[in-house]
Design a protein around this ligand. Structure first.
Ligand code: GLN
Length: 485
């Protein structure tokens, strides 16, 4: 059961081969057994989960179930869920119990009937690429527990890879769905900006943040995405467009598909063996009827620097709400109000979050705004325009997701710039607001490699189709770490 696809689980539930309570109990048992090693979940609440499972079973019995009703799922701890502790990986919110549901949570649980297995560990406020900035300690990669799972959605990635959950949610501001998916042999999708509501999803960099699915396959991601999308008047950047069925075109043949290979992604900076696996995957696509064309994204080398101005600027503004007044952590001893603010923030935030707040405040300050923030916004436009030009020549863009396989815990923790370069291939997609995916495409020394697929605006259905056809022809995505049979 633990290795079944969402479609198979759905059929098993519909055929009464297993109940949602039994299925949820199975995964909760795996969490009990394996989470002490992996640290993938920060909150588990058996009673809450089983109550949701019982309600799902009642819906199945009454014939009112949707396709995913009763299937358990792990939720990244950035999504507010009513009655659940929602920490965002921070001491600042370590005791915060959300009084309301994020739209994604409401849609997945109340509407679709998925069962929450709990909240997954993450980099503090989603700032990081290794899960080492979490207040709750690092997550370990099930493929090698001395290594990181990637970040910031590292808890979700480790949970699904070790089959503590059949699937999970993540969020991606600069690569946080795609990079951990790559490092843990999962399929992950960051949708077009505005497709998934950000209401109740704790904000890091609002113009870049987007929630999406992380699962074993493109088909599973499509089914999950169907439950997550839709216009939300409570999110001012939510897009009002017709809802699609993302599973509808999965099987469409790839004949004539034009793949763009950006020369900037195939030069230096990527591990040679990772690159070999990516090239082999592209050769497989040619066998499936696709053709390749070299393209250029001439400003892509500016994406990391532009991101590390824009994202901290937005973060410094978003995180100003954590002041110890209405909710979250408050320093125990203080003199006056200013002292309370200062001590609360000094004690409540970790080092990486403070670094971002300070960079953000600096680039937005009078005298530096034009030189940094405005300049970064101009570069952002150039990067987006590069993609507009590129998509005149191709249908999807491919390349590596991450320049290396999973690195060792502690290996990059002392060097923020090395850590920031983990997202060198993923960040431009967020700056442009485009959809992007990572798909398992091989192994280097026993560690997974991800192929990145980038689509045009609203092409998530096409990306899922392109990923699914590859997964029908290969079995990389079916490999599991040792001990997960
Ligand atoms: N690693 C990037 C950062 O630290 C991206 C994180 C994310 O996508 N949330 O900002």
């Amino acid at each position: 059961m633990i290795n079944k696809s969402l479609k198979d689980l759905s059929q098993a539930l519909a055929a009464r081969q297993i109940s949602s309570v039994e299925l949820s109990t199975l995964f909760l048992g795996r969490i009990d057994r394996l989470n002490p090693t992996l640290n993938a979940f920060v909150t588990v609440d058996r009673e809450k989960s089983l109550k949701m499972a019982r309600e799902a079973d009642a819906r199945i019995a009454a014939g009112t179930a949707g396709p995913l009703t009763g299937i358990p799922i792990a939720q990244k701890d950035i999504f507010c869920a009513e009655g659940w502790t929602t920490t965002c990986g921070s001491k600042m919110l370590a005791n915060f119990v959300s009084p309301y549901d994020a739209t994604v949570i409401e849609k997945m649980h109340r509407d679709a009937g998925l069962v929450s297995l709990g909240k997954t560990n993450m980099d503090e406020f989603a700032m990081g690429s290794s899960n080492e900035t979490s207040f709750f300690g690092p997550v370990r990669n099930p493929w090698d527990t001395a290594r990181v799972p990637g970040g910031s959605s590292g808890g979700s990635a480790a949970a699904v890879a070790a089959r503590l959950a059949p699937a999970a949610t993540g969020t991606d501001t600069g690569g946080s769905i795609r990079q951990p998916a790559a490092l843990c042999n999962l399929t992950g999708l960051k949708p077009t900006y505005g497709v998934v509501s950000r209401y109740g999803m704790i904000a890091f960099a609002s113009s870049l943040d987007q929630g999406g699915p992380m699962a074993a396959s493109a088909e599973d991601c499509a089914l999950l995405l169907n439950t997550m999308v839709g216009f939300d008047e409570r999110d001012s950047t939510s897009l009002d467009r017709p809802v699609e069925d993302y599973a509808r075109d999965l099987e469409k043949p790839l004949n004539g598909l034009r793949i763009g290979l950006p020369k900037e992604f195939f030069g230096e900076g990527c591990d040679a063996e990772v690159m070999a696996a990516v090239r082999a995957a592209i050769a497989e696509y040619e066998k499936l009827g696709a053709t390749c064309v070299e393209i250029s994204l001439p400003n892509s080398h500016l994406s990391v620097p532009a991101y590390y101005v824009i994202a901290p600027a937005e973060a410094s503004s978003n995180l100003s709400r954590f002041d110890g007044v209405r909710y979250g952590y408050r320093a125990p001893d203080y003199g006056n109000l200013d002292d309370m603010y200062m001590k609360t923030r000094a004690q409540g935030f970790g080092a990486e979050v403070k670094r971002r707040i300070m960079i953000g405040a600096y680039v937005l300050s009078h005298g530096y705004y034009d030189a940094y923030y405005l300049q970064a916004q101009r570069i952002r436009r150039l990067i987006a325009n590069d993609f507009v030009e590129a998509f005149k020549q191709c249908d999807v863009i491919m390349g590596p997701t991450s320049p290396s396989t999973a690195f060792k815990l502690g290996e990059k923790a002392a060097d923020p710039v090395q850590m920031y370069l983990s997202d060198i291939y993923t960040i431009a997609v967020n700056l442009a607001g485009l959809p992007g995916m990572s798909v398992p495409c091989g192994f280097v020394s026993g560690l997974p490699v991800g192929l990145q697929l980038i689509g045009n605006y609203f092409a998530e259905g096409q990306l899922l189709n392109v990923a699914h056809c590859y997964q029908q022809a290969t079995d990389w995505h079916l490999r599991r770490p040792a001990g997960v049979e």
